[in-house]
Write a protein that binds this ligand. Sequence first.
Ligand code: HEM
Length: 522
Amino acid sequence: MDHMKEYLQSIYDQISELLSVQLSKQSTFTKTILIGTTAGAIAYSILKKRHRLPPGPLALPIVGNLLFIFSQKEGWAKSFLRLSKKYGPVFTIYQGPFPVIVLNDIKSINEALIQRSTDYSNRWIRHSFKLINSNGKGLVFSNPDEEWKARKKTTAKALSFIFLLRNYIGSSNFETHIGEAVTEAIQVMLQQTKPFDPDPFILFITINVLASMCFGTRYDYNDDNYKLLLKIMEDLGEVLGEGICLEDFISPLRLYPSKRFHKLQDISRRALDYVTRNIQEHRCLYNKDRITDLTYGLLKAEEDSREGTVVLNEEQIRSSLIDLVLAGNDTSRQTLYWAIFYLAAYPDIQNKIYQEVRRVVDKTRMPKITDREKLPYTYAFLHEVMRLGTAITVGVPHLTAVDTKIGEYDVPKNTTVFINHWGLHHDPDQWEDVETFKPERFLDHTGNMAPKPENWLPFSTGRRLCIGKTLAMPELHLIIASLVQRLEIRAEPGRPVNFEAKEGPMEYASHPYKIIVIDRNP
Ligand code: HEM
């Protein structure tokens, strides 16, 4: 039973291989269909008989629910929430012949990710993502073996160390770098004479946050390294935005990699060059008593590991840094893009934030980390932005490491599991006036932050909890406070605000929009 999914996958792969040799004279399309159909039908019929899986919509024997999923105009998260109302909070769909479990309520998410965390902590490592992930040596798309545990623990430790320096000793350049980047972005925004899309300014800020945290650098707009990183981020965003890679779902297609796949290969090479160069520069200047950024923190861990404490080497440092830079940027960028959208859409809410910031911070300086506790309304605003504009809609897919259970149902080993974060945040049975933007829902009657609602879960939970949470929350909080302190942000005059989201399979983003800004302290 334990090896059932592996066994089925191996049948699927062997048949695929066999048929691809036999069919070498056929067209790619014919081959793909024949291989997928035969292998899928066998695997599907064996699996169906063996397990008591959670219920779900009717699946076709070979393609499963792929046709349904790909034909939806709405994102997967919204379809999943709808299906959960029909089949229950835990249901099964089929990706080709293989079952995929979708968790839509906090009870089942906690059961899987906390109570049965070892069973549910592997990753579905998509074929295309292996490219960006240095073949499973990084943080995101790798399974939790001893090396991964060491990488995650060391990175988290290095991150907390940087924060300790910044928050309590004040000897880090981090806060200064972020403040400078926000100020520069504000200055350039103020020079705009027509309504403009704030995305490039947001990107400038988020790239600087990551560059400062990872490499202790701060870029201005004309820096070559900034342009290089910007291009990597833009290209990655474009490729991921084009939708899914069919090779991830239909393995025979991997014999003929798509254009998208080649583009990903090129992006990963550029990201690797960028990170490797930065590590080399850090090695030249390394001083174990001067750990001021994450790369120095990881080099110190590498030094310690030579003395036998943890296992960390150059390849792992490189992969971890690539993962942090790539995983951290888009999520923060998308959250800030929604934040500015809501600030412009709701001037009254923006004004409340401004009044709060004015009470705590005088005009001569920017908000600082030590001000955060005194800015609860701004923090509640950020929570509401992250609820309605959930950046990672159906999570980073997990994979079961063993045959396991969810409630009364079976979940076989190697089953992909989606966590519907967007669904948790948009469930009308869990939130009052679910689609209304209301920061107050996160405050208590004294105006301070209330205990976090259990259905608010943008960073996930358990073993694979987002490692960037400790960075993202304080930074986004301060960036929003700093922007509102200096700028009155208004929606583009004469154009109605478009509240509809742009939905892709795993995307739920604001449509591009324009704003104008007015200097509050001319
Ligand atoms: C608004 C900001 C962010 C959101 C909403 C977010 C959300 C998430 C989510 C939902 C996951 C998947 C957890 C799971 O598998 O159950 C994740 C993983 C991860 N995030 Fe974030 N993230 C954010 C910012 C960041 C930042 C700034 C960084 C880097 C500094 C980062 C680094 C990572 C890494 C490395 C993982 C993989 C963890 C693992 O597999 O064990 N994230 N994030």
